[in-house]
Design a protein around this ligand. Structure first.
Ligand SMILES: Nc1ncnc2c1ncn2[C@@H]1O[C@H](COP(=O)(O)OP(=O)(O)OP(=O)(O)O)[C@@H](O)[C@H]1O
Length: 466
């Protein structure tokens, strides 16, 4: 349990009206609150004071919240950072999550929501500090329920999981942020014969380069300044079980070399050590970049790519698997009801329609956050349109599109070409699903020839799942 009085929160905000209210509210809750209005003054304060958590606006005077986040993490990776954004900036907030922010909250701020996020961040920080030397290690607590979607893509993923889980093969799990890569990795582990041994997850994306070797392979006492005792790395901790390396594309070249030895020969050598240690670990990796492209650019070793690529699971973005939305929305509603002690029974029909039209840059994570927020502010027994943010409520249905421009949020215009492409993409995917990805039948139903279908699939980046 977090004791607010022992926790220091630094608010950096371009918007005075928000920082004043937040300061008042959090001070009342017993936190030690500090407020700064510039990145420079915030960073010098961080060097002087013990700060547990930073809440920063996305738009600051000279820097962005992401630049600040990176500076804070270089100085002290254990400080949690929460980004405050307007909905229009949600893609950037998702980028911030990838760079190590704990979470994002959207304006207008709701007291219960921000308090809940702060408590979660502080609890995660405590957990990270209790585990020696690592701040980026992902929590290995029992995971909440795994939901299997009803879309063609989710069914295929489940089939692949069942196929691959009992083997010891490495798997590359790819997909945009928030599509559920870590959940899939845990599912593979749970369905494998290693399931009563450890599952260790490491986020290579937020692992500082100088710490990565020690975190993955361990170190011996005296290996570097501050190495006061021997430290077991993730490989040793995962011995007998599964090691999940998220954002694998971020590993430095030297660490890639060591990783290859561990994969090929099953041995690791802790930093500063002379003895090799034998490990029996199944490695699953995730990426939201195209690893093959990284190989072509020379940023990722080809030999490791081939060694890891024994099997590949691609998770489709949520916008391409509309059939999953209702199942996940119902699941997230249940979780939010329990967490916020509410009893919202469902969603209005137009809310579900908007959910299916929105493009979900943050995928399932964004859907979960949006539902939690809606539950928080909802006054009726169902989630109504009025409980959703403008980014989604201002989307017009395709039937309304008689003009060439659709204004999504008052600032962002989408061209007719983009609207047409989205509609074409949706229609092709739908028919492909109905025909079990049979391209001859799909082309015939859509009354185009096969060559046109192939060209469209290529230009609209529709991946073949069949
Ligand atoms: N199959 C699932 N069942 C239930 N919830 C899920 C599932 N997949 C994802 N989620 C929800 O979506 C959130 C994001 O999932 P996860 O962390 O696995 O995504 P990710 O692709 O690994 O994201 P990132 O690339 O940002 O690390 C989870 O916190 C969870 O709440």
């Amino acid at each position: 349990m977090i004791k607010p009085a022992s926790r220091s929160i630094l608010i950096i905000d371009g918007d005075e009206s928000i920082s004043i209210k937040l300061n008042k509210y959090l001070s009342k809750k017993g936190f030690n609150v500090l407020v700064e209005d510039s990145v420079q003054s915030a960073l010098s304060l961080i060097k002087k004071e013990k700060i547990d958590l930073v809440i920063t606006d996305f738009e600051l005077a000279k820097y962005t919240g992401i630049e600040l986040l990176q500076k804070v993490k270089i100085y002290n990776p254990a400080i949690q950072v929460i980004i405050v954004t307007a909905y229009a900036e949600i893609r950037l907030a998702v980028e911030a999550l990838k760079k190590g922010a704990f979470d994002y909250v959207t304006k207008p701020l709701f007291p219960d929501e921000i308090l809940d996020t702060i408590n979660n961040a502080l609890e995660a920080r405590l957990e990270a500090l209790e585990q020696p030397k690592v701040s980026n290690r992902k929590s290995n607590k029992v995971v909440p329920k795994y939901i299997n979607g009803s879309s063609y893509q989710s069914q295929l993923v489940e089939k692949h999981i069942d196929l691959i889980a009992p083997t010891d093969m490495s798997v590359i799990i790819s997909g945009e942020t928030g599509t559920g890569k870590e959940y899939v990795a845990r599912r593979i582990h749970m369905k494998s014969k290693r399931n009563n041994m450890p599952f260790v997850a490491v986020d290579c994306g937020t692992l500082p380069h100088e710490l990565a070797g020690s975190e993955l392979f361990g170190h011996v006492k005296g290996a570097f300044t501050g190495a006061l005792s021997d430290h077991k790395g993730c490989f040793e901790r995962a011995h007998g079980g599964t090691l999940f390396l998220d954002e694998i594309g971020n590993l430095s070249y030297e660490n890639q070399v060591q990783l290859l030895r561990a994969l090929q020969e099953g041995v690791i050598r802790p930093v500063g050590g002379s003895k090799e240690i034998r490990v029996n670990v199944r490695v699953l990796v995730a990426t939201n970049e195209d690893l093959k492209m990284l190989v072509e650019k020379g940023n990722f070793r080809e030999d490791i790519y081939h060694r890891l690529n024994e099997f590949k699971i691609d998770l489709a973005p949520l916008r391409e698997r509309n059939e999953d939305i209702e199942i996940f929305a119902a699941h997230f509603l249940k979780l939010a009801n329990t967490k916020l002690k509410k009893n919202i029974t469902g969603f209005s029909v137009d809310v579900l329609e908007k959910f299916k039209m929105y493009d979900w840059p943050g995928n399932l994570r964004e859907l979960q956050n949006m539902i939690k927020r809606a539950v928080l502010i909802c006054k009726s027994d169902k989630i109504e349109i009025s409980c959703l943010p403008p980014e989604i409520t201002q989307l017009k249905s395709f039937n309304d599109l008689s003009t060439s421009i659709m204004v999504a949020n008052g600032t962002e215009a989408i061209s007719l070409r983009e609207i047409t492409e989205r509609a074409e993409r949706g229609a092709i995917l739908e028919v492909l699903r109905q025909t079990d990805y049979n391209k001859t039948k799909t082309a015939s139903l859509l009354q185009i020839d096969r060559k046109t279908l192939y060209n469209k699939m290529k230009s609209l980046k529709i991946v073949e799942n069949a």
